[in-house]
Design a protein around this ligand. Structure first.
Ligand SMILES: [Zn+2]
Length: 154
C-alpha cells in the first residue's frame, strides 16, 4: 500500500504553481491550484512521493526460475519413481540426484531473488536484465543438459 498523501496546502500550491498536473479523478488541469480540493470535481488532494520502479526484469527473472522449476520437479519425481521401480541402477540414481540437486539450486535462486529483491531493484535497467538473464540461463542450461544426458549419454 502506498504511504498516505501529505496534506499540506502550501506544498501543494508550490508544486502546482507552474506544472500541468491532471486531477487523478476528473483529469482537470490543476496548474496554479489554490486550496486542497479539485475545483472541478471536489476531490481532496495531497502530495505523495513516488518512483519509477520497474518490476519487469525482476519478474521475468523470477518466472524464468519458477516456470522451468515445475518441469524439473516433475522430472525429478519421475526419475525417483524409476530408481524405486528398477531398484536403482547407477545411471538412474545419477539423473535423479542431478534433478533433485537442480531443484534445490533453483529453489535457493528463487529465495535469493525474493530476499534480495531491493538489491536487484536498485541496479540500472541493464543490470536488472542481466540478473534476469542469469536466472533464465540457469534453468535453461539445467534442462538442456538433462535432455542431452537422457538423449545421447544415457
Ligand atoms: Zn477533479
Amino acid at each position: 500500500m502506498p504511504p498516505p498523501a501529505i496534506r499540506d496546502a502550501a506544498l501543494l500550491a508550490a508544486c502546482l504553481a507552474d506544472r500541468d498536473v491532471p486531477c487523478p479523478i476528473c483529469t482537470y488541469n490543476l496548474r496554479g491550484l489554490d486550496g486542497m480540493t479539485c475545483p472541478e470535481c471536489g476531490f481532496a488532494l495531497g502530495i505523495r512521493i513516488g518512483s519509477d520502479l520497474r518490476l519487469g526484469p525482476w519478474l521475468f527473472g523470477v518466472l524464468g526460475l519458477c516456470v522451468p522449476l515445475g518441469f524439473i520437479v516433475a522430472a525429478g519425481i519421475f526419475a525417483g519413481g524409476k530408481v524405486y521401480a528398477n531398484s536403482g541402477s547407477a545411471k538412474d540414481w545419477a539423473i535423479a540426484v542431478y534433478l533433485w540437486g537442480s531443484t534445490l539450486a533453483v529453489g535457493i535462486a528463487i529465495f535469493a531473488m525474493i530476499r534480495f529483491r531491493r538489491w536487484v531493484w536498485r541496479r540500472s535497467a541493464r543490470g536488472q536484465w542481466l540478473v534476469a538473464a542469469c536466472c533464465t540461463a540457469m534453468t535453461v542450461l539445467i534442462i538442456a543438459w538433462f535432455f542431452i544426458w537422457v538423449t545421447f549419454l544415457y
